[in-house]
Structures are given as C-alpha cells and as structure tokens.
Design a binder for this molecule. Structure first.
Ligand SMILES: C[S@@+](CC[C@H](N)C(=O)[O-])C[C@H]1O[C@@H](n2cnc3c(N)ncnc32)[C@H](O)[C@@H]1O
Length: 190
C-alpha cells in the first residue's frame, strides 16, 4: 500500500509576486514609473553579433534606471529588440555613433567618464574601484569576440570582475550588468 507523502511545504507561503499579479503589464509599468529614478549612468557597446546581448542590456538598463544606451555601429530592428527585451526597450533611448572616435568625442563634450568592463593591463578589480559621480559615468562593455575597442580602452578606466571559477570570460551583457549593479550600489549609498 502506498503511504501518502506529507506535503513538505504549504503552497500559499511560497507564492511569489508573479503569482500574485492582478494588474496588466501596462498598469504595472505605469505604476512603477511614478516612483522610478534615473541614474547619472549610461551604458555603451559596439554592435554585437547577437541581438540578445543589446536586448539584455536594455532590460537591465530599464530596471536599474539607465535611460541611454550608446551603440557604436548598427542597431537591430526595434521589433527584434522589443521581443528579446521583454518590451523594456520602450524605456530606453538608443544613441548611435558611427565610430569609437565619435563616441569618445561625445563623452568628452558631455563631461562623461568612460568605465570599460575589460580584462587588460590597465584594469583594476571592480571590487576596489570607486566610481566618481562628479562626472556622469558611462559603462562600456565589449564585443563578443573583439572586446572593447582599443581607442576606448585608451581613454577609459578599466574594471575587471573577479572570476574564481574555471571559465575565463563572462558574457558581455552579464559583465555589464555586474558593473552596473556595483555603480548603482555606490551611487545609492553616497
Ligand atoms: C566574451 S568577452 C570578449 C573576449 C574577447 N575575446 C577579448 O579577448 O577581449 C566580452 C566582453 O565581456 C566583458 N567581460 C567579460 N568578462 C569580464 C570580466 N571578468 N571583467 C570585466 N569585463 C568582462 C568585456 O567587456 C569583454 O570585452
């Protein structure tokens, strides 16, 4: 005879905010907008091989309160980004630049410090890096194979994320998210 197995948890205690949703997506966004805050932080990248990477950056930007994403080169179709970003692309402004030099000129003219996520000889550990919010901050993340353009590295502060595991390189949008989290944390704790 099969002995009934006692439930190890009471389901109702484990309901998440997802299962408690009563409002439409539009209602939820318009309510969140009322208390939203935008940070003095932007993100920048080159045109990725995978559209998903830009879409994931957009999603993180919308959640953390970053309005502008700078892209050097071409930008995927809005419809593709909408799908891949869970519609968060509606909250993001894309600023396109044709070359790294044009992007650097924009940063100089707009009192913006570029902080590149990159593993290179001038990198410091992200955990030791203090963001300086006297200037606006732009977090640059590299191309999937070629990394951050050399001209950008040259004028940036470079930060490296610890990777104690056997892997030797994070996905670019995930690396940007980690740097963005650290910058946001430091800004909110100021
Ligand atoms: C797949 S990696 C690029 C690797 C490229 N083959 C190279 O050697 O530069 C894509 C991007 O993710 C970011 N990234 C990945 N791991 C990182 C880490 N541990 N610290 C900082 N940035 C990282 C960098 O911006 C890097 O350019």
């Amino acid at each position: 005879m099969n002995t009934p197995v006692a439930p190890i948890y009471e389901k109702s205690k484990f309901r998440t905010h997802l299962s408690l949703r009563r409002k439409t997506r539009k209602q939820r966004y318009s309510e969140k907008m009322k208390s939203s805050q935008y940070l003095p932080i932007t993100i920048a990248c080159v045109n990725f091989m995978h559209d998903g990477n830009l879409a994931f950056l957009m999603r993180a930007a919308a959640c953390f309160g970053v309005k502008d994403i700078h892209v050097i080169g071409s930008v995927p179709e809005r419809a593709d980004l909408k799908h891949l970003s869970g519609s968060t692309c509606d909250f993001i402004n894309i600023v396109q630049h044709s070359t790294p030099a044009e992007f650097i000129e924009w940063a100089n003219k707009n009192d913006t410090k570029i902080v590149s996520a990159e593993m290179c000889s001038k990198s410091v550990k992200l955990r030791n890096y203090k963001f300086d919010f006297h200037q606006k901050v732009c977090i640059f993340t590299g191309h999937e194979t070629s990394g951050v353009p050399g001209e950008v590295i040259h004028v940036s502060d470079c930060v490296e994320i610890d990777m104690p595991g056997p892997g030797f390189c994070l996905n670019t949008s995930q690396a940007a998210n980690i740097v963005l989290y650290e910058a946001t944390k430091q800004f909110l704790e100021k």
